[in-house]
Write a protein that binds this ligand. Structure first.
Ligand SMILES: Cc1cc2nc3c(=O)[nH]c(=O)nc-3n(C[C@H](O)[C@H](O)[C@H](O)COP(=O)(O)OP(=O)(O)OC[C@H]3O[C@@H](n4cnc5c(N)ncnc54)[C@H](O)[C@@H]3O)c2cc1C
Length: 346
């Protein structure tokens, strides 16, 4: 199968490239996606964002895209008392957030609403369940090899997180400095574990609690109110401690509930559904050798801004972005940048 461009990955970056290509009259492309769904690290299940959720005013590219796709944003709920657990011995601290300066926004309908809008006009171009294994430079084209298929394109844009992309076979090999940078570029949040709980009522709001529980010493690191903006669904969502990774799912859930019961009340056990996602176990985000990263890693290495395979191979994706690398905004920035290059507007 051949097309002018092949975009590898139907995450936010790959779909942003597709959106801008189409918007500028270029429709000769396909998108190959390894998973059986689109969105990559954006994954909303029953209204719960198990992947990305928040963004800020300074995320200019994302804000502009959200606006141009006619999506609405709303402020993360934080009214009432929040809990800070900073020490295993000391009692919890309670604090209130400033209400006049919103710290973060969410997208109405969940982050997946952004993906739905971006895929709207390119559905027929997305091939799901196609894991790319090898890229080969064959002078005029790039051959994209998967387990059962062979694709050809004049240019390929790889949006797979660099560390994961370094495990593909490149023929001929990429320059050593590029491969080294790829291997050293941590995939943002690839070690994160998230949970979501859905309730009949926002019981915490009724007790003048914000739903925010923060702390490094317990099973839950961060928890937030995750109710829908239309008041139809009531949930809590957050990150759990990586120490719970190797505990059985039943034990993990019990430790989380026991902990949250202490700070939010016994109503936590009245949830109607519980979701969890360990991104380290997802082969399309994480690599086998996982290292927790507690500092902000360096993203947007200048080597990712170059063409490889004699002008036929480009990289995109949030980790390649010099602006807000790791964030949704970085994925959009790198996607727009790649689309501009293809359209010869850089
Ligand atoms: C738990 C979690 C919470 C987060 N929270 C936030 C947040 O609140 N705010 C924020 O700004 N950012 C957040 N992020 C980061 C945000 O999700 C990413 O910045 C963004 O989604 C990255 O988009 P991308 O397209 O660059 O990469 P990805 O979404 O990783 O897309 C890459 C795509 O390539 C596909 N792929 C991989 N390998 C292959 C292969 N061999 N063949 C074919 N396809 C392949 C993948 O399936 C995927 O669809 C969070 C991430 C996680 C995991």
């Amino acid at each position: 199968m051949s097309s002018k461009y092949i975009i590898i990955g139907a995450g936010l970056s790959g779909l942003t490239i597709a959106y801008f290509l189409l918007k500028n009259g270029e429709s000769d492309f396909i998108i190959l996606e390894g998973r059986d769904r689109v969105g990559g690290r954006i994954n909303t299940k029953n209204g719960i964002d198990l992947g990305a959720t928040w963004f800020q005013n300074n995320h200019f590219n994302l804000n502009e895209l959200v606006g141009s796709l006619m999506l609405n944003k709303f402020v993360q709920y934080s009214k009432g008392q929040s809990v800070l657990v900073y020490n295993t011995m000391a009692p919890a601290h309670y604090f209130e957030s400033q209400q006049n300066s919103p710290s973060a926004y969410r997208i109405e309908g969940g982050s997946a609403a952004l993906i739905e809008k971006l895929t709207k006009n390119v559905k027929d171009k997305i091939k799901l369940g196609i894991q790319v294994l090898e890229l080969e430079d064959s002078s005029t084209n790039i051959l994209v090899k998967t387990k059962n298929n062979l694709f050809f394109a004049e240019k390929v844009i790889c949006t797979i997180p660099p560390k994961l992309a370094s495990t593909l076979t490149f023929t001929p090999s990429l320059p050593e400095d590029v491969l080294n940078v790829m291997k050293q570029t941590h995939t943002w949040m690839s070690n994160a574990m998230k949970i979501g709980l859905v309730f009949k009522k926002p019981f915490w709001r009724n007790k003048e609690l914000s739903g925010t529980v923060i702390g490094q010493v317990g099973p839950v690191i961060e928890l937030y109110d995750h109710c829908s903006n239309d008041g139809q669904t009531y949930s809590l969502m957050g990150f759990i401690n990586e120490g719970l990774r190797d505990v059985s799912p039943e034990q993990r859930k019990e430790r989380i509930l026991e902990y949250l019961e202490k700070y939010l009340g016994k109503e936590i056990r009245d949830y109607i559904s519980y979701f969890e996602k360990d991104w380290s176990k997802d082969q399309f985000t994480s690599c086998k050798k996982l290292k927790s990263v507690y500092m902000s890693p360096q993203y947007g290495n200048l080597l990712f801004d170059e063409y490889y395979f004699n002008g036929k191979l480009l990289f995109s994706g949030t980790e390649t972005s010099p602006e807000y690398g790791g964030y949704l905004d970085g994925a959009v920035y790198s996607g727009i940048n790649a689309a501009k290059k293809l359209l010869n507007r850089d």
